[in-house]
Design a protein around this ligand. Structure first.
Ligand code: PLP
Length: 397
């Protein structure tokens, strides 16, 4: 039932439910948040793996998938991995994140971003987001770093902890590109490496350039809930061929080429994407433009039906960007969390599997002792945001 209090706060939850219903039409309930679609060459390519017996870490689809990804991201190279988290771990290692370093991470992200930092033995340092892009706010980051960082022997050192601030991981939240120009300037001046967490942003453009290829190294995910899926999978993309070669070497247990001998020259990981997953991914990539067009149509329809509803607005792509609208979202004006929760309850009751943004990383028990900046905006976004059903199929037809 619509709460009187909420109508007074200016949000009519029933009107939001009806708006969503008008967009999704009469598809069967419940309507998932994001589901994959296999209407291209997926069956044919996966069958070829089974027929040929190339299902594991060797096989022709891995290279074809990597080449198609590099073309898509306009990078020199792509190295496919078992998932996006593994790709993040590799990328952080490749920009020399080492034990006891600090890595700047937005507090508003999926936990994998922060976890990957800890896999390097480093410490995540959480920073605030901006409302326009939902990603790291470059101006707030600059103010924060100017207060706490000294440059010593060419590297940024957090004078409060004594640790080197080695890298920064911008996250293109829900597919909306972060303000990369601002972040590149702030981090460039302090010699902090950028590692782009583009796991949610395949196909998104920042000033006309594909996400993933906007910094020295970027990371993608092909988890089942992403715009294209390999079942589970990820990739490192880069314009630096040496970094790509290192990524491939380290992701294949650092094994040296030899017809029979087991020669490994350093500690690596078993992070390579199997051929059967790459086959699925190649077929999905062929459909990417169709998915992107459908998701833009879906986003436009949501924006239209939500326009004018009091106390709520659709989250549009940031200026100067083309978002893949991986997950569409609304923001309510009410900053108490109450309107968000009522919308979550009412939409679930109606069979729309909406969800809130992630709990800020600095509130999780593993990370409460981590260094951080003021995170007021990120916390507010979390109390105000709801993701809407976003599958490409909803924007088709
Ligand atoms: C922001 C972000 N970073 C990292 C990941 C990790 O990707 P994966 O699930 O493929 O390990 C995901 C997605 O799941 C994500 O949304």
């Amino acid at each position: 039932m619509q709460s009187e209090a909420l109508i007074r706060r200016g949000v009519n939850t029933q009107a939001v439910v009806e708006a969503i219903a008008r967009v999704v039409g009469n598809v069967p309930r419940p309507v998932p948040l994001h589901e994959p679609q296999f209407t291209g060459n997926e069956w044919a390519y996966v069958k070829r793996c089974l027929d040929d017996g190339w299902v594991s870490s060797a096989g022709p689809f891995v290279e074809q998938f990597e080449q198609a990804l590099a073309v898509r991201c306009e990078t020199q190279a792509a190295v496919a991995t078992v998932n996006g988290t593994a790709a993040l771990h590799l990328a952080l290692h490749l920009v020399d994140v080492r034990p006891n370093d600090e890595v700047i991470v937005p507090t508003l992200t999926f936990i994998a971003t922060a976890n990957a930092v800890t896999y390097c033995g480093a410490v995540p340092h959480f920073v605030d987001s901006e409302i326009q892009s939902l990603g790291i706010d470059p101006a707030a980051l600059e103010r924060h770093l100017r207060l706490i960082v000294d440059i010593e022997n060419g590297v940024a050192v957090n004078r409060q902890t004594g640790r080197v601030v080695r890298a920064c991981v911008p996250v293109h939240v829900f597919g909306h590109p972060s303000n990369m120009e601002g972040l590149a300037r702030v981090c460039g001046e302090l010699n902090i490496a950028l590692v782009e967490d583009a796991t949610e942003a395949l196909g998104s453009l920042y000033r006309g350039r594909p996400c993933g290829g906007l910094s020295r190294i970027g990371v993608l995910s092909f988890n089942g809930n992403k715009v294209v899926t390999t079942g589970g999978g990820g990739a490192v993309v880069t314009n630096d061929r040496n970094l790509a070669a290192r990524a491939k070497h380290l992701s294949t247990t650092a094994k040296l080429d030899h017809p029979w001998a087991f020669l490994h020259d350093e500690i690596g990981w078993n992070y390579r994407l199997p051929n059967i997953n790459a086959a699925l991914g190649l077929a999905q990539l062929e459909e990417l433009d169709t998915f992107l067009a459908a998701k833009r149509r879906l986003a436009a329809r949501y924006a239209e039906v939500l326009h004018g509803l009091p106390g709520v607005r659709f989250v549009n792509e940031p200026k100067g960007t083309t978002s893949n609208y991986w997950l569409t979202a609304i923001l309510v004006d009410d900053d108490s969390g109450e309107a968000r929760d009522r919308i979550l309850e009412a939409t679930h009751a109606a069979g729309f599997l909406t969800r809130p943004a992630w709990n800020p990383m600095h509130t999780l028990p593993m990370f409460t002792a981590s260094p951080r900046a003021d995170t007021t905006i990120a916390e507010s976004i979390q109390r105000r945001l709801v993701n809407l059903p976003s599958s490409a199929i909803l924007g088709m037809g």
